[in-house]
Design a binder for this molecule. Structure first.
Ligand code: NAP
Length: 249
């Protein structure tokens, strides 16, 4: 069977676990070489080793803090030099630091913006230079339904995730003529470390407002990312695709 992403090189941030892990696997199963970026690479190394030679592509764990602009620039240029191309960029790294706005610390707001939004800008800026030269590329930014509907206790997170949507539309308009698309995937509640620690009352309450009455799994997000990264999505850009079991519509 031909693999749609054969020969292609992808960068996935936050690739060590959760949704990012599923995205790395999905792209590699379609033949891509995937650079899986996270601060802690031991987790990535463990599940990559467990995958074994089962995937046609390759997953390379990379230790990098996405908020370090100098490190991001150097890394992206190194990928382009070593592999000769960057076809796919998935900005997925994210954190939450929830709290009510009246008591939210400056740092609490800034850290969430730095990781979820500013870091994505660093990667888009660096990678788009190579994509523009190659006249091809796929940029996919992972937002959240929180960026569309807001969530109490998440003024920082919702601001960052809404910011990603606005940034993606501008980028889409800038690069469309050069064969590059830029889209957003906005997940709802997905079973990962990020949602595991939520109090049971909040988890149960959330299920009540999801039409499918269940949380999603990382693979259900990853398949949408794979579609947006592949050839079938060639005429889609600037869009936000919500993957939330019918919570926000
Ligand atoms: P997760 O399980 O907490 O994983 C977060 C990933 O981001 C990890 O790989 C983490 O690796 C990485 N990361 C965090 N800060 C980083 C930094 N400074 N530099 C490099 N990597 C960093 O989260 P998830 O649930 O899979 O979420 C993935 C994305 O989906 C996030 O953008 C999140 O906001 C979004 N999302 C999730 C849900 C959900 O319900 N789970 C819903 C909507 C949107 P290290 O800690 O090793 O650095």
């Amino acid at each position: 069977m031909a693999h749609r992403l054969e020969q292609q090189v992808a960068i996935v941030t936050g690739g060590s676990r959760g949704i990012g892990q599923a995205i790395c696997e999905s792209l590699a199963r379609d033949g891509a070489v995937v650079l899986a970026v996270a601060r802690n690479v031991e987790k990535t190394q463990a599940w990559v080793a467990a995958l074994g030679a089962d995937v046609p592509g390759r997953i390379v764990p990379v230790a990098l803090d996405v908020t370090d602009v100098a490190a991001v620039n150097a890394f992206v240029d190194r990928v382009a030099e070593e592999h000769g191309r960057i076809d796919i960029l998935v900005n997925n790294a994210g954190i939450t630091r929830d709290g009510l706005v009246m008591s939210m610390e400056d740092d609490q707001f800034k850290q969430v913006l730095d990781t979820n939004l500013t870091a994505a800008f660093y990667f888009v800026r660096a990678a788009s230079r190579h994509m523009l030269r190659a006249r091809r590329g796929r940029i996919i930014n992972i937002s959240s339904v929180g960026g569309l509907m807001g969530n109490p206790g998440q003024a920082n997170y919702s601001a960052a995730k809404a910011g990603l949507i606005g940034m993606s539309k501008s980028v889409a308009k800038e690069v469309a003529k050069r064969g590059i698309t830029c889209n957003v995937v906005a997940p709802g509640f997905i079973e990962t470390d990020m949602t595991a620690d939520l109090p049971e009352k909040i988890r149960e309450g959330a299920k009540q407002v999801i039409a499918m009455q269940r949380f999603g799994n990382p693979g259900e997000v990853a398949e949408v990312v794979r579609f947006l990264a592949g050839p079938e999505s060639s005429y889609i850009t600037g869009q936000t695709i919500v993957v939330d079991g019918g919570m926000y519509m």
